[in-house]
Design a protein around this ligand. Structure first.
Ligand code: PMP
Length: 401
């Protein structure tokens, strides 16, 4: 751009937007995690109870998972050296995909570097001109970006509202689409509620649609041994594409799609976020394989996660807190008021509990909350500590009596 055309410098343009965000209290200023993500973590120089991590099962710190990563570095090095289709398709990546398929009880599976790139790469591959995508209005941003990259027609249904999904399916019945995809989050990350996948399956079956479910927050949490939402609803073999992530319950990093051999082959030929990016280093892959092996062998961490969740939710309600629509370890503590959510978070941090406020635009205006994330490796004492602090600060701020 010619200098003379610029009325405002980049400093001024971006600076003005940042100032605006700051004035609206919408600027991110992330705190620094100075230890492993443990129940008691070092955050900005302070030891605090980690109440906002997605490390549901504490697998990031599991000795066998860590050892697998260290061993893989010794044996295979620190990086893969290439994209998967050229020279970065290590035997470890293939073993991980085999392990995912076995864990998810599907014919096959494909691994992406992140859950975000699974959604933003797979969705534009499976849908294009002549197709229709129907999305839940509260789907994750990575699904929204994936949908934006397609030439498919789009429709939205009201959050978890099966009458509305049926309305969309009926309204589009007269058109002949090549494929119709219903795409939904499995567990919704802001409220912790679960998509009615059994009912979605019923409608998909009735109208000849296909299902793509994003189970990022169901992996390691829902179903037998944490197999996810498909297992939770006993829909094994009935969901076309089950996407997930290793970055939360599984404790490492990466995206997955459990599916058929044909869809996998199609994706690995068509999906740019698979084809055009260097593959994950051996440490991440070996640790991910081990995390699934630990879960296959033993479901005690998943059980502990649920008993901790029930305990915390029950006691929080007894204290008078409103935990919203949550059905999972994601437990919002509703304040509705934006500034109360911020004050609650600040005071909790001072008291030794790290839990973040979720406010507009992440949730609708007037639906502010603190989002607490329960973990399997919290002890009863940890949960009681948090509850005591929530009670104390909640009273000070007039959120509970
Ligand atoms: N989908 C959902 C519902 C998520 O919550 C997230 C993580 N924020 C992702 C996808 C992206 O996963 P990843 O962290 O593996 O990129």
């Amino acid at each position: 751009m010619e200098k003379s055309r610029a009325i405002l410098s980049l400093e001024q343009q971006f600076g003005a937007e940042l100032k605006d965000l700051d004035e609206k209290n919408l600027l991110w200023n992330p705190k620094s995690l100075e230890s492993a993500s443990e129940p008691w973590s070092m955050v900005d120089g302070k030891k605090v109870l980690m109440f906002c991590s997605n490390n549901y099962l504490g697998l990031t710190n599991h000795p066998e998972v860590k050892e697998a990563a260290i061993e893989a570095v010794r044996k295979y090095g620190a990086g893969s050296g290439s994209v998967r289709p050229i020279a970065g398709n290590m035997a470890l990546h293939l073993k991980l995909e085999e392990t995912i398929a076995r864990f998810k009880r599907t014919e096959d599976a494909i691994y992406y570097n992140t859950g975000f790139t699974a959604n933003s790469g797979a969705i534009p591959a499976i849908a294009g001109e002549g197709d229709l995508i129907i999305s839940d209005e509260l789907n994750h941003g990575s699904i929204i970006d994936g949908v934006r990259l397609t030439k498919a027609e789009r429709a939205i249904f009201k959050h978890k509202n099966m009458d509305d999904l049926k309305r969309v399916l009926e309204e589009t019945r007269s058109k002949t689409y090549r494929r119709i995809w219903i795409i939904t989050d499995g567990v919704f990350s802001m409220d912790g509620d679960i998509a009615p996948l059994d009912k979605i399956y019923g409608l998909a079956d009735q109208f000849g649609a296909h299902i793509y479910v994003d189970d990022a927050h169901g992996d390691g949490v829902l179903g037998s041994h944490g197999r996810g939402i498909v297992s939770h609803f006993n829909l094994d073999g009935k969901v076309d594409m089950e996407m997930g992530t290793f970055s939360k319950g599984f404790g490492t990093m990466g995206g997955l799609i459990a599916t058929t051999k044909t869809i996998k082959k199609y994706l690995l030929n068509k999906s740019r976020t698979y084809l055009l990016t260097g593959s994950q280093p051996p440490a991440v892959i070996a640790a991910s394989i081990k995390a699934l092996e630990v879960l296959e062998r033993d479901d005690s961490l998943v059980k502990k996660l649920w008993s901790n969740t029930k305990y915390f939710k029950g006691k929080a309600k007894e204290l008078g807190f409103d935990t919203g629509e949550s059905e999972t370890p994601i437990t919002p503590i509703m304040t509705y008021d934006e500034s109360k959510a911020r004050d609650l978070s600040l005071k909790l941090f001072e008291e030794g509990v790290y839990a973040l406020p979720i406010v507009f635009p992440m949730v609708a205006k007037g639906k502010a909350r603190i989002r607490t994330m329960i973990r399997a490796d919290f002890s009863k004492e940890d949960l009681d500590f948090a509850l005591e602090k929530f009670g104390k600060v909640g009273k000070e701020l007039g959120i509970v009596k």
